[in-house]
Design a protein around this ligand. Structure first.
Ligand SMILES: [Zn+2]
Length: 122
């Protein structure tokens, strides 16, 4: 399966699973190529423009990023809420780092140093 078909399949599966789709750029780019999906307080951005420009981004109800996975799988998204992608541990409580990054308490100090660049705080 091409990457673009995988992204389209992800979006279609999410919509079948109850996510609501809307045009990301109202009055602009077609919903087919740039859509925003929501389900309760979850949010996803789906770009399906071309083989080289297609991606899925997901944020959980806490506003922090969750790995979208190659295939839509809501239980996996739920598991992403307690997954630290820095050390790979699952089932841990997670904290915000940077804009919407998610890390466990053990990784937080190092990730803060890495992600937060000088000049962010005056
Ligand atoms: Zn960690």
């Amino acid at each position: 399966m091409s990457k673009l078909s995988a992204v389209v399949a992800w979006r279609d599966a999410a919509i079948s699973d109850g996510w609501e789709s809307s045009q990301t750029y109202r009055g602009g780019e077609a919903e087919d190529s740039a859509s925003t999906l929501t389900r309760e307080r979850w949010r996803a951005q789906v770009y399906a423009r071309s083989e080289r420009d297609c991606s899925v981004y997901v944020w959980g109800p806490d506003g922090l990023a969750v790995p979208a996975g190659d295939v839509y799988d809501f239980p996996a998204l739920l598991a992403g809420l307690t997954h630290c992608k820095t050390c790979g541990r699952s089932g841990v409580s997670t904290h915000r780092v940077g804009f919407a990054g998610r890390v466990c308490a053990a990784c937080l100090p190092a990730e803060r140093k890495r992600v937060v660049t000088p000049g962010w705080c005056n």
